[in-house]
Write a protein that binds this ligand. Structure first.
Ligand SMILES: [Zn+2]
Length: 108
């Protein structure tokens, strides 16, 4: 199974500020998130039910990507943990597209 690591700015409850977190996922499942500042680690639990959550978030990403971005940025690490990896990568792709659109608009 592929192990992928993604860096992401998230709000750390221990640091009480936004810090860089390393998200580690195997295939599409997040197995660990750790804060690079205080080195606190979160491990995915078996109770993590991300199927229903995914459908809801996927829909919102399609309809309101900017709002989802704000929510993810201010979300506690545990809520990001409940997302499958493909959701995060999809989200980042959307964010990148959004940025390039914004850049084009700014140039006018
Ligand atoms: Zn921290």
């Amino acid at each position: 199974m592929d192990i992928t690591k993604v860096n992401m700015d998230l709000f750390c409850e221990t640091c009480n500020e936004e810090t860089v977190h390393v998200i580690t996922y195997a295939g599409q499942k997040i197995i660990k998130i750790n804060c690079t500042n205080c080195h606190r680690e979160f491990h995915a639990s078996k109770e993590t039910a991300f199927a229903a959550y995914t459908d809801e978030v996927m829909h919102r990403i399609k309809t309101k990507p900017e709002r989802v971005k704000e929510e993810i940025k201010s979300a506690p690490v545990k809520s990001v943990m409940s997302m499958p990896g493909r959701l995060i990568t999809k989200f980042f792709r959307i964010e990148k597209e959004y940025k390039s659109i914004k850049k084009e608009l700014d140039q006018r």
